[in-house]
Design a protein around this ligand. Structure first.
Ligand SMILES: Cc1ncc(COP(=O)(O)O)c(C=O)c1O
Length: 359
């Protein structure tokens, strides 16, 4: 069992409920060939795609604190929300089953792609209780919020995890991640970056890294690349999440600086026509990664994040010379889960149409 960096720095943090799910620390790697291709002197990646061989990506660190809390409270069900291709819903269901907790999720639609279908197939193997909201008239997220309020007023047992796992407890996972990076810098594994780029959806990852970098006295700027609507991802939301996580740490006698909205940097330009919609810049980033990187990018999150990194570095004068890309997409092979999926048996009737005409 590896001790969390947060606990090494603040031993009293060991009282915070937590369950070990991930293979931490994740490696940092230099992307020499890719850096040379795009004119960045030192380009590095933090491989959070490798957080777990069951299912990696950025949800694992959050779920260690969230499911740890659910377990500590003796909850037997976990409820969450997300789009049909949500990595968060998949990760929550997979890890909840590992811990003998039953998963339930409220889904809303998103553009259908092969990747979305693969996520749904893998999800079906966890036999979650699923509900799909129809979003013809109302913003799906608003509808989901209403439905969740309704759920929670009726039952106290299920542990509720908000979309993306972005609650104060989830954010602790990325505060710890910032300390983990600081340790890797101290150990000489990489130079201190001038700037870190990460995808920003529900902003929990960005909130944790922004606050964690400040706590760990890293001098780098953390930049989120917005991949969802501005109503959901903005600097106020991010600062608020960071400060709520800070208040949680303060309950454990950990002193935490305040994050103001102006301490949060979010790039808006890569969002494109909508959540889950491809952009030409994102597709170019995917091509580039296929040729030069040891990881793949997806069009919804990481391609936009990497495209934001490229555009920012290209347009800055002088350009930053030490740049870290924080990779948040799982690279675990879902092949076995997809093979074993029984779509008709394990997904509700309303979902069958997503697979019409597919192999
Ligand atoms: C691959 C990937 N990257 C980034 C994010 C965004 O993280 P956050 O919701 O913490 O902003 C997500 C969220 O689902 C994701 O699946």
């Amino acid at each position: 069992m590896t001790e969390l960096e947060l606990i090494r720095r603040f031993p009293q943090a060991s009282a915070i409920p937590h369950v070990e799910l991930g293979d931490l620390p994740t490696p940092v790697e230099s992307l020499d060939e890719l850096g040379a291709e795009v004119g960045i002197d030192q380009l590095w990646v933090k491989r959070d795609d490798l957080t777990s061989s069951l299912y990696g990506g950025n949800k694992v660190r959050k779920l260690e604190f969230l499911l740890g809390h659910a377990k500590a409270e003796g909850r037997r069900q976990v409820w969450t929300v997300g789009a049909i291709g949500s990595h968060h819903v998949l990760a929550t269901s997979l890890f909840a089953r590992e811990l003998d907790i039953e998963p339930r999720a409220l889904h809303f639609p998103q553009p259908l792609t092969d990747h979305v279908c693969e996520v749904l197939q893998a999800l079906s193997t966890t036999r979650p209780d699923l509900e799909l909201v129809d979003s013809k008239n109302v913003l799906p997220v608003k509808l989901a919020q209403r439905r969740v309020r309704d759920w929670l007023s009726r039952s106290k047992d299920p542990y509720y995890i908000p979309g993306g796992g972005s609650s104060p407890r989830g954010v602790l996972g990325y505060i710890n991640a910032a300390f983990e990076l600081a340790r890797q810098i101290d150990d000489g594994e990489l130079p201190e970056p001038e700037v870190i780029f990460v995808a920003a959806g529900t902003c929990g990852t960005l909130a944790g890294l922004t606050l964690g970098a400040k706590m760990a006295e890293l001098s780098c700027e953390v930049i989120g690349v917005r991949v969802v609507d501005k109503v959901l991802a903005n600097s106020l939301v991010t600062a608020n999440l960071a400060n709520r996580a800070g208040r949680l740490l303060a309950e454990f006698d950990i002193e935490v600086p305040r994050i103001r909205a102006r301490d949060v940097t979010l790039l808006d330009e890569q969002f494109g026509p909508g959540y889950g919609e491809e952009t030409p810049e994102g597709l170019a980033a995917i091509e580039l990664a296929l040729r030069y990187a040891p990881f793949e990018l997806d069009p919804t999150y990481t391609a936009k994040a990497f495209a934001g990194l490229l555009a920012h570095c290209r347009d800055s004068s002088p350009p930053p010379s030490r740049v870290l890309y924080w990779h948040t997409l799982s690279s675990a092979d879902l092949g076995e889960l997809v093979e074993g999926a029984d779509i008709e048996g394990d997904l509700p009737e309303k979902y069958q149409k997503f697979f019409d005409g597919r192999e």
